[in-house]
Design a protein around this ligand. Structure first.
Ligand code: C2O
Ligand code: CU
Length: 507
């Protein structure tokens, strides 16, 4: 039968100070939910598709009637969605028309190292002559040189084999020392991998499958995105370095780039593919009816695709960069009723996320099968050839405080962890405050939390795990796929920029 999540054992702390927007904010549930456009291939050859994306600054209407400059993939926020098929490679040509160097990483992609978006493999804008990092956010790492960096001028082709389980991925900027402000300014988009087996399950599809990219932001009085970085291209806000250290939170919740949107739905099952693309904000989501009752959130998938069997939640915690694939059945909601998606960790305006208005009765032939997938890796502790320990803690950098893995700040020139291709390893990770830890290249299973079994939302194959304050979490994975230099890091984007990242060499 379906598992039911018990109440969560610990309350996560919300770290970081919230930036306050300096202009009137719209009421909730007025702006329609945008669905990012699906990108059409620019060409197809040899069984592979080729896409083109221009990274450029543009002016968007994010808040109604307010003009906001953003850095975009292709002129929209989120960028266009790329629809891929398992086993069918794609190449994305990115052209950088932004005023700063960029790096593209496909989060959750099983990608060879040369297309994985290593933070020093910069795509330089036109006229950019400085080969070093040089212009980071100014928090201590910006001037490092990386002897192995592969610089591209203006454009770069990223090739993704797509040899992986179907799931929701996302692409975002990954420049060293500058990822957080780049994502905050808009550099994030979705990529969905599909295959025949998943499509044969009969899950809700078409207009009843909705990607939901949740991200918080704050706005200046002029309508610009507020961010406390020291970079001269961004608005400088002296005195807010401490919130930067903890992670930047905004007071406006965007879903697919719209503030507290509303979406009209049939009274039927819907598949919600939720991504927390926030820099630092954690959510605990629930679906609340007008009368206070809560709908089941039936989890069918995790970061790296379908679960073995559905898990029913009433409350779904989601850390930065995590994805949850969830089916919600609106058939019991009276026509005209509003279902609010609420963040139980929020307060005031950040408690609301979005809403669904049940607009009409409708037939529903979708299903949620009791067996969703049979190819989930089931590594056991005994399979591991090695157990490693890592601490994720605050510490001292050269130029101030930052965040360290195993006591060390990120250094692209240092070798941190070397694993053998095909090896199974157990990693035991301990945290001071909340750190969502992400491994490139591989998916992993959560083995334990503080020596106890994982929580219901740890089910399935993940690529990001939420280490909660004071917690010790064990994960297990097999390092297969490709040899080369990859990364693991905290996905609180400010922690990442402030050195909480390490090299993962697969040999
Ligand atoms: Cu979503 Cu290394 O990143
Ligand atoms: Cu962190």
């Amino acid at each position: 039968g379906l598992g039911t999540s018990a109440a969560l054992a610990r309350r996560p702390s919300v770290t970081g100070a919230e930036l306050r927007s300096e202009l009137p904010l719209p009421p909730p549930f007025r702006v329609p939910l945008p669905i990012p456009a699906v990108l059409a291939p620019a060409g197809t050859s040899g069984g592979a598709d080729r896409y083109e994306i221009v990274q450029r600054e543009t002016t968007l209407e994010i808040l109604p009637g307010v003009r906001t400059r953003a850095w975009t993939y292709g002129g929209t926020l989120p960028g266009p969605t790329i629809e891929a098929r398992r086993g069918r490679p794609i190449t994305v040509t990115h052209r950088n028309d932004l005023p700063v160097p960029t790096v593209v990483h496909l989060h959750g992609g099983r990608t060879p190292a040369d297309s994985d978006g290593y933070p020093t493999d910069l795509v330089l804008p036109e006229g950019w002559t400085e080969p070093t990092m040089g212009h980071g956010s100014g928090h201590g790492m910006g001037n490092m040189r990386d002897p192995h960096a592969v610089l591209s001028r203006r454009t770069r082709d990223y090739t993704f084999p797509m040899d992986q389980r179907p799931t929701l991925l996302w692409y975002h900027d990954h420049r060293m020392d500058f990822t957080a402000p780049a994502i905050w300014r808009g550099l994030a988009g979705l990529q969905i991998v599909r295959d025949d087996a998943e499509e044969a399950l009969g899950l809700p599809s078409g207009s009843r499958e909705l990607p939901l990219m949740i991200a918080d932001r704050a706005f200046t009085a002029e309508g610009e995105l507020a961010y406390p970085a020291l970079d001269p291209t961004l608005r400088e806000r002296p005195g807010v370095l401490e919130p930067y250290l903890a992670g930047v939170l905004g007071d406006v919740i965007l879903v697919n780039g719209a503030p507290w949107p509303v979406h009209e739905v049939d009274a039927a099952r819907h598949r919600l593919r939720i991504l927390n693309a926030s820099n630092a904000r954690h959510y605990e989501l629930e679906a609340v009816l007008d009368d206070g009752r809560r709908l089941d959130l039936v989890q069918i998938g995790a970061d790296q695709g379908l679960l073995a069997a559905p898990v029913v939640h009433r409350l779904l915690p989601i850390a930065p960069a995590e994805r949850y694939d969830v089916v919600v059945d609106f058939s019991a909601v009276p026509v005209g009723g509003l279902v609010r998606i609420v963040n139980r960790l929020g307060s005031g305006r950040t408690r609301d996320v979005m809403a669904f208005r049940v607009a009409r009765a409708a037939a529903d032939d979708s299903r949620v099968p009791r067996v969703l997938s049979a190819d989930l890796p089931g590594w056991r502790r005994a399979d591991a050839v090695r157990v490693r320990d890592f601490s994720f803690r605050a510490g001292q950098l050269d130029h101030g405080r930052g965040w360290l893995i195993g006591g060390l700040p990120f250094d692209p020139a240092r070798s941190d962890v070397t694993v053998g291709l095909g090896d199974v390893e157990v990693w035991r990770m301990v945290a001071d405050v909340h750190h969502p830890v992400h491994l490139h290249l591989v998916g992993f299973r959560v083995l334990s939390r503080n020596g106890r079994p994982p929580l219901p939302h740890d089910a399935g194959l993940k690529d990001t795990v939420s280490l909660r304050p004071g917690e010790a979490v064990e994960i297990i994975t097999r390092f297969d796929g490709y040899r080369g230099r990859f990364l693991f890091h905290c996905h609180n984007a400010e922690h990442e920029d402030m050195a909480m990242m390490a090299n993962l060499q697969v040999v």
